[in-house]
Design a protein around this ligand. Sequence first.
Ligand SMILES: [Zn+2]
Length: 481
Amino acid sequence: MANSYFDIPEPIRIKAIEAGAPKLQLSITLQAAPEKAALGYPGKSAGDVLFNGAAGTLLVSLGEAPKMITDTFRVAGGSVGRWLVQNAAPSAEISVNNVNGFGIPNALAAFCEGLLLGVFKFERHKKASNSIEPFTVSVRAQNGLDGVETVVRRATILARAVNLARDWGHEPANVINPVTLAERAVALSERYGLKCTILDEKKLEEIGAGAILSVGKGSHQTPPRIIVLEYAGKNAAADAQPVVLVGKGLTFDSGGYSMKDTANMQGMKYDKCGAMAVLAAIAAAAELGVSTPIVAIIGAAENMVSSYAYRPDDLITSLAGKTIEIISTDAEGRLVLADCLTYAQRKYSARAVIDLATLTGGVVVALGRLRAGILSNNTALSEQLAAAGERTHERLWPLPLDEEYFQLLKSDDGDMKNSATVREAHPIVGGIFLRQFVEDTVPWAHLDIAGLADTPKDSAYCPRGATGFGVRLLIDYLENL
Ligand SMILES: [Zn+2]
């Protein structure tokens, strides 16, 4: 049983070895499936494996050649990782070749990520979780170690960050609440050399952050927090503008008085996954030495019912001074984000503001669980993020943000309603609401990750539970600025 919340098991470690290093017991080879099924090939699906004990080989299928994409290597890596752990294999090695023209750094990076991501397990609350000795996969370099070592190091940092986001995302609300999340953020900032500021409920009251305070009011024991982490950027100019990442951190969302039913309340610990991705991303960026300065702002609150809780019909005043008529206490994420966005713009001259939020069920209806929705006031930013999504296979799809949609949020008594009263365009209405709190001159993108933040079943390199979606995407975007 792990003690520290930073202590996340690493069943596999990867290291680079020289071309001439002694041969290890098991040799792993990746190959595309032949056009016709043949004896001695692992199978047609990417990740199928064929083990030959006598020869000491593990053949791994990359599926049919025409269908291969970079993510195929991640899928293969996930499959190999699980096979190695299940079979407690001895020392294994993989040679780096230019497989089907995908290039060594690209394919190897994806394979290594898959290897480390696929073996993640959330078992810290199990009494008898059998801790296994870390298993080493050696990558045999063909031309010098430097290139391979760089790829392996980056993949390791990324995978650790994703697994941190998964581990913390997976924790239930009786372990992570706004107060304990703030404590974790302080510890994270010390570990990665970041500046950390916590705005507690008194400070939020003082500055007039009425939206996040309203959401958190029902949870008297664990009041809300705005958590701010700052990374200066490696060798960044003093006047370099930061990218501000904003994360929705609803540590539990009961829906409040607009309460969710039993089936829909289960899993609402995952309503903090946008915040987990943002926390993990800034930590990884610091470790990787990204040159762009980054600010992470987490809106942490617990949406509960009690005599303190906010109600439908309430009129609340946000940090921006705009009044909001509450239609549904379950449309709380946008309230928390509204104050975070206002805070971000008042405090920083951002080159871009990007929020990640499990905001609407509507985005799952629209896009399913393969792509997150992106809504933005800036085409260039939207395209940069979408491209990062394709490269990392954390894929996005744009939804419109036409101002006319605001009609659905017109309020008779306040400046706006927090939710429409009709079942139309929910993810867009969420975005339009947030847009009311963003200056037109600030490039901003909202990622609605409700369909991607957690998954009910295991897949190639992502086990059941919190997925860590967004971490690799954000790092790719930041590295390509
Ligand atoms: Zn909600």
